[in-house]
Design a protein around this ligand. Sequence first.
Ligand code: PMP
Length: 459
Amino acid sequence: MSKPLPNSIYARDVEYLLHAATNARKHEETGPIVIDRGEGIHVFDDQGNKYIEAMAGLWSVAVGFGEKRLADAAYQQMLKLPYYHSFSSKSNEPAILLAERLVNMSPDKLSKVFFTNSGSEANDTVVKMVWYFNNARGKPNKKTFLARVNGYHGITMASASLTGLPVNHRDFDLPILPVKHLTCPHFWRFGLPGETEAEFTDRLAAELEQTILDAGPDTIAAFIGEPLMGAGGVLPPPAGYWTKVQEICRKYDILIVADEVINGFGRLGTMFACEYYGIEPDMLVVSKQITSSYQPLAAILFSDEIFQGIADNTAKIGTFGHGFTAGAHPVATAVGLENLDIIEERGLVAHAAEMGEILQRELRSRFTDHPLVGEVRGVGLIGAVELSADKATKQRFDPPGKAGAYLFARGHEHGVIIRAIGDQIAFCPPLIITEPEIMDMLDRFALALDETWAFVRGA
Ligand code: PMP
């Protein structure tokens, strides 16, 4: 990419927009890629270049781009009731129906829903609900959250505090809430030399329990985790991890919050990742694929026990002093209902399981032995290839992200949008992807990978 021409749309982008997760100085030199339209698993930029969206946008567009049924659902709802709020006992039909549907399709323990507009707002709300609940039940010291290094829970004040990635804390003066980040459950990177996967799981469980005991169990409120970590690098936990985490949390009356903002609605080949890992959360956070991100929407599903505690407190102090202007939005929830209809009617969860097997098999068979690849990992339709400067020693690149950034750019040249999380390359395509499309995506990636290998060797 070259410096944008004066007055072009690219120059105007540079003039007026601050971009998320972008080096703002580099962006002044390169300008943006302006995405213009989408169809199925593809997007097109304003120059007419076609890309496979191997990340479904930001892990989101389950049913693919250009799905008219979602546009129609939004349009019809806008004509009927474009907006209403959920304050002071007001409600709207799509929000009620979606809440009912989410409760019926999710793990048994979850029986109530609170809607927000983003995953970050949802996780901020989780923190507030947990504190409110613990105050209400006479446990005012139970305030600390347990999270993990490399976990991602959003970027608002509380959710970014839970996030375990330095870039989301540094120079933002975060974290602002009491949070302890435990060891990242990624065996390949964090396992000790000679340690088995089972020993790694045991070590992490021991660390969890010791952390609770050191702080005092009456100070620890909740454990929050993505069942399979997404934005931190697509990191499936070691075998037995979630069973142990749950046992320990139950023992010390610590709530379990499953953040399925990426995992939810079929990504791992099950409706929720909680099913895949046998997690029975007290709270479940979902977003993204709930509307295929055609509308901003997130939801917190939670247990009756938490609801009863909150409800009693509202009766005592008069009201639940929390809520968003656009929460339980009728258009977003109507799109959510239609999106879940499509997922069900087209059997997209079973399809994701089937395509997921192909994706995982192909990623491993094609790339495990590549000289640039340290690890290939993933479950269902989410996977990653981690680049390493030295396959044998798992050495990181210097500077970190150098190879990933190059590969990301080469991917664009070959018509595939992947994601480089440092030197970890993520794949998270729309759930509608087909076998030939997976092969096409990986063929393009393979070209970019080989070019990156040449770049790294200085060839
Ligand atoms: N939790 C997880 C697991 C996420 O992946 C994300 C977004 N990538 C969030 C929370 C935050 O969601 P949002 O960007 O909608 O605020």
